[in-house]
Write a protein that binds this ligand. Sequence first.
Ligand code: PMP
Length: 420
Amino acid sequence: MTVAETTVFETLESNVRGYCRAWPTVFDTARGCWLTDENGKEYLDFFAGAGSLNYGHNNPVLKQALIDYLVGDGITHGLDMSTVAKRRLLETIRDVLLIPRGMDYKVQFPGPTGANAVEAALKLARKITGRTAVLNFTNAFHGMTLGALSVTGNAAKRAGAGVPLIHATPMPYDGYLEGVDDFSWMRRTLDDSSSGIDKPAAVIVETVQGEGGVNVARAEWLRALADMCAARGILLIVDDVQMGCGRTGPFFSFEVAGIQPDIITLSKSIGGYGLPMALVLMKPELDQWTPGEHNGTFRGNNAAFITGEVALREYWTGAGMEAATLAKGEHIRKHLTAMTETFSGTSTRGRGMVHGLVFDDASQAAKVSSIAFELGLLVETSGSNDEVVKLLPPLVATEDELTHGLGLLTRAVEIVRDAH
Ligand code: PMP
């Protein structure tokens, strides 16, 4: 094996770097579900840019649209000026996403990251209600900026804030307190004026907690949450940054519950090509921003508007993408279920094309991820103790690619088990 030349990363790049430690090679090119390193070794990508590459690397249709746009000197950086690219994107969001789903929302372009969309959503909810408190959930992940961190569970990430993270109270996520009615604590504290929990502006929730360990909320739990918020005048924010854009099957992950959140955050695959973009959708009456109240230099990544728009038109006109994702997800689920029958101390959970292989002995998950890398498969770990190997393949992966990757994963688990 050729040892990768990594000196400049180790000597010049900050200690904060993360993924490069788990995957110690130097990647060079990528296409579809495959990455190639500078020595020509290929890796099947079941990580997909943490969910930013649902349509695969360098998707040819999106790439051509991008090339044509760049060659034509289309606007690249546009702040929030009106541009042809933005008009096309907004019209497509309206025609492909909102109207067919009976959804009436306004669209905000915050800074181009998930965390920025979350910050905007929290600020807006506080402004509208005049309240400061927010309820979040155990094991939640919403980003690394202070507001987003305040509603994030992970202790190590929270510790990085350097200031007290306040104004958020975590509630038990679906299934957190095994065998106990999930909402008994939340309902009781909300309805007791002496509970010590201030009436919240909003509740922020992920329908499937990606970073938190692929914890899946049931549709009836999400419906009960939406009803509880509506009955008490609390805004419901669904953070669909990782689970939106079709990851769980339907374009929006909450569609399975038949709910319409007050505010929705999107990022990651909304730009289509892995280019940075984020959106906040809010019900029209909630659009109470004053001009420029939440601004930012990079809200106008027009190249991402182009690839995002083409991705919506190409993949989300009609129901084909949803059906294909659910079918592929079932293929993954069956394989993982069979693995849990073979390997004791494992279990699986997921929805659509996000799945976790959970290890009772948390240390095994990192070992499996590391062996998988050596075998040519990229999978990351998640969960409170990094006990979950998370599978997030591009939605465009073929059944053959999925089978191949699942075979490599099985091999990695065998190797770790045999070494035990
Ligand atoms: N919300 C959720 C649900 C996420 O999974 C993430 C990223 N993993 C974020 C917010 C933050 O997104 P970003 O890293 O782009 O700031």
